[in-house]
Design a protein around this ligand. Structure first.
Ligand SMILES: Cc1cc2nc3c(=O)[nH]c(=O)nc-3n(C[C@H](O)[C@H](O)[C@H](O)COP(=O)(O)OP(=O)(O)OC[C@H]3O[C@@H](n4cnc5c(N)ncnc54)[C@H](O)[C@@H]3O)c2cc1C
Length: 402
């Protein structure tokens, strides 16, 4: 049974939740299953179900965070509704939701950075905006802003930035892991200065369009889970970036902007993977009530019953933790410190992974087949343990802030 345990849930918020649940079940889930079986090239090709989902998401008015921009709601209600929307849509298909979440977010990022000029510039475009940080040879090096490698001048960036008068020149590339990288028309690009004595920590952050001369894209990456989510390299060949697209630079501001971005991304990952854990729990409960072995529905066997209770408990704890962190981040001045966001991400993704694993056990052999969703949820959750910071790395980073 689905109880509304959260205080302050209005009828309007329930209605938005129900709309999300319908869209997740009727549109995202079947499209996500179809996309999961396609090649990475086919996922983004013309005619793929991906485009219908993005159109539907836009038609619902959710693109760019619009669903929670209701002035009648208190800041706490807005933050709670945001958690609910992300959980519902990610329960439909998390890889698809992450793609939808990139749609038309550049104006929102510009506004949050106090840049109305860029909000206007990107508001006139209709496109995905990616976050381009990691590089070939630099994953944790460039994510882990608390670790010594981040400030080791012997570690050189794969995307090199240099000042050129008032403007900047970029040369090199970002990793094949950039979510939406092949599709994005713009991105937040983190680029370290070449030969800085401070190492990767000294750089410039741009919110920039990708139709500047010299930007090109690689092939989409094949991966184990979240296959609806495109990943792809971005190449920069002597790209002249006008200073207008700079969000901040230098060894003080550059790591701080990254920390703020990672904090937001980690909280969002927590919210999304509560959705994946719920999908796995719902699936297992439903199956256990119907599947008969030993002369009765398997839910009547004690081992299945206690496993299902364990899944329920993990889901509830993850949801409570993530909501508490997300609501505090949205309502406290300055938000929560980084370690809370990391904890929400690590806990929720680990929970989704464990609950999806349990779901496979409850389904027995059926859980291993494409006929049922359990194995896909397991693969989707498995990918999340590395996405937006490998979990043990995030633990190290968070621990240094305790
Ligand atoms: C689904 C998905 C989506 C992603 N989306 C994006 C995106 O949108 N944009 C983007 O820029 N990147 C993205 N990434 C990249 C992601 O951030 C990196 O994969 C992640 O940070 C880990 O880096 P890596 O894969 O290079 O692993 P590595 O850094 O090579 O780590 C390998 C192992 O070594 C350990 N390790 C590495 N360094 C240290 C250290 N200093 N101390 C202790 N242990 C260490 C790690 O814990 C890990 O177990 C995405 C990744 C995935 C899987």
């Amino acid at each position: 049974m689905d109880l509304d345990l959260d205080p302050g849930l209005s009828d309007e918020m329930r209605a938005i939740r129900d709309t999300c649940r319908r869209f997740a079940t009727e549109v995202m889930r079947p499209a996500g299953i179809a996309l999961d079986r396609m090649s990475a090239e086919a996922v983004i090709a013309r005619g793929s179900p991906l485009w219908g989902v993005l159109d539907g998401f836009k038609a619902l008015g959710f693109a760019g965070g619009a669903s929670v921009d209701d002035p009648s709601l208190s800041p706490e209600q807005k933050a709670l509704l945001h958690c609910i929307v992300l959980e519902e849509l990610s329960a439909g298909d998390v890889g698809l939701f992450i793609t939808c979440g990139l749609l038309n977010i550049a104006p929102e990022i510009a506004r949050a950075s106090g840049r109305t000029d860029l909000a206007e510039f990107f508001g006139a475009r209709d496109e995905l905006c990616c976050l381009a940080l990691t590089e070939p040879g630099h994953g944790s090096d460039i994510v882990a802003f608390t670790e010594p490698a981040y400030r080791n001048p012997r570690i050189k960036p794969a995307l090199k930035c240099r000042r050129d008068g008032a403007n900047y020149v970029l040369n090199g590339q970002k990793a094949a892991w950039v979510s939406g990288g092949t599709l994005a028309g713009s991105g937040i690009v983190f680029a370290s200065f070449e030969n800085s004595p401070v190492g990767l920590a000294d750089g410039a952050v741009f919110l920039m369009p990708f139709d500047l001369p010299g930007v090109s894209k690689g092939k989409p990456l094949e991966k184990i889970g979240q296959r609806a989510l495109n990943q792809g390299e971005i190449f920069f060949d002597n790209v002249e970036v006008p200073a207008q697209f700079l969000l901040g630079e230098g060894p003080e501001l550059y790591p701080l902007i990254w920390e703020m971005n990672l904090k937001g991304a980690n909280i969002a990952m927590g919210q999304q993977f509560v959705g994946v854990a719920r999908a796995a729990y719902d699936l297992a409960l439903d199956y256990a009530r119907q599947w008969v072995q030993g002369g009765c529905p398997i839910i009547e066997h004690q081992n299945v019953k206690t496993r299902i209770f364990g899944m329920f408990q993990k889901l509830e704890v993850a949801r409570s933790h993530v909501r508490r962190v997300a609501i505090a981040d949205a309502t406290l001045p300055g938000g929560v410190p980084f370690q809370y966001a990391a904890s929400a991400k690590v806990f929720a993704t680990q929970t989704a992974f464990e609950v999806a694993h349990d779901a496979i056990q409850v389904l027995g052999g059926n859980g291993l087949t494409h006929e049922y969703l359990a194995e896909k949820l397991f693969r989707d959750a498995r990918s999340s343990l590395i996405e937006d910071g490998e979990n043990s790395m995030l633990g190290l980073m968070a621990a240094s802030r305790l």
